[in-house]
Design a protein around this ligand. Structure first.
Ligand SMILES: [Zn+2]
Length: 302
């Protein structure tokens, strides 16, 4: 979907509603009360009514649009903006483009879309092997600090630890030895470090997956989660760069986007920004199809 096509297919609110309704019907609806799958469309109520028990399911219910009062056209445009670029847009820019007076609903809308991206990516598990590493991302502190004596600048500087997992595809490119990277996942870590790393690895890897990591992670008992874990000595930087190339390139790219577009972000929302980066990275060859895929992910949110 490009800008010209979008203008043609979705010129107004009605066309977006009609498209949204059709997509929901394609996925199939199930009545929350009686599990029936056949429904009438009640246009005046903007809801599906169960043919068996009469229970109504609102058009937005169970999708990312639930609890939002923003027009469908806003959501469609925001999905287009986020899917149209490898980088991203800040809430401020989207607010300007939509000419909406209030910042907060736009900001919430974008975070909901990013949550849907993260949810979609949890369905995928690599089967072969993955590179893992930890990185530190700068964030701002969103919670009030008790210690008022600390200077404001230092007070706001916070660092978040992020576990990065990436699946390098072992097949060589037919033109040269270039190895394209596969699926990526970034998880903001909180609490016990070893535990969190193991949980992160567990979320993405099977027991048979081979893990490549540097000796920074050797104390984390990854062996409890997977059978084979190969550790590269961190002292041999050349070897680390050669053997873990993708994980470092992905970390660098994610940091550039966060710093260049969002400038600063709270630790509580860092996961959502990383969800967006990973979702697009994992689908970087989808091209214009990304809009439809993201829309489906937003509709099948719950
Ligand atoms: Zn029913």
């Amino acid at each position: 979907m490009n800008l010209l096509d979008f203008g043609r297919y979705f010129p107004n609110e009605e066309t977006c509603i009609e498209h949204f309704k059709t997509e929901r019907e394609k996925n199939g609806l199930r009545c929350k009360r009686c599990n029936n799958t056949t429904h009438y469309w009640k246009k005046d109520k903007m809801a599906f009514q169960c043919k068996k028990c009469g229970y109504r399911t609102a058009l937005r219910s169970g999708t990312v649009l639930e609890n939002s009062h923003l027009p469908y056209l806003y959501w469609y445009k925001a999905i287009l903006m986020l899917s149209a670029t490898k980088k991203t847009f800040s809430a401020n820019e989207v607010q300007c483009q939509l000419r909406h007076d209030v910042y907060e609903p736009i900001w919430k809308m974008l975070h909901k879309i990013r949550e849907a991206m993260g949810k979609r990516d949890t369905n995928y598990k690599p089967t072969e092997f993955i590179e893992i590493d930890e990185s530190f991302f700068e964030t701002t502190n969103t919670k009030k600090r008790k210690d008022r004596k600390i200077k404001r600048v230092r007070e706001n500087q916070k660092i978040a630890k992020v576990l990065v997992l990436i699946e390098p595809i072992s097949e060589k490119n037919k033109h040269n030895t270039y190895k394209p990277a596969g699926h990526i996942k970034m998880i903001v870590m909180d609490g016990s470090r070893a535990n969190k790393i193991n949980r992160g690895v567990e979320a993405i890897a099977d027991n048979d997956t081979i893990i490549l990591s540097n000796d920074n992670n050797k104390q984390n008992d990854i062996e409890k989660v997977v059978k084979r874990n190969y550790i590269i000595k961190l002292s041999d930087i050349k070897e680390v760069k050669k053997t873990l190339p993708w994980v470092h390139s992905a970390i660098g790219n994610a940091k550039k986007i966060l710093k260049g577009i969002h400038h600063c972000n709270g630790k509580d929302y860092l996961q959502n920004y990383l969800n967006e980066f990973c979702y697009k990275y994992n689908r970087r060859y989808f091209g214009e199809k990304l809009f439809e895929r993201l829309l489906v992910a937003c509709i099948n949110y719950s």
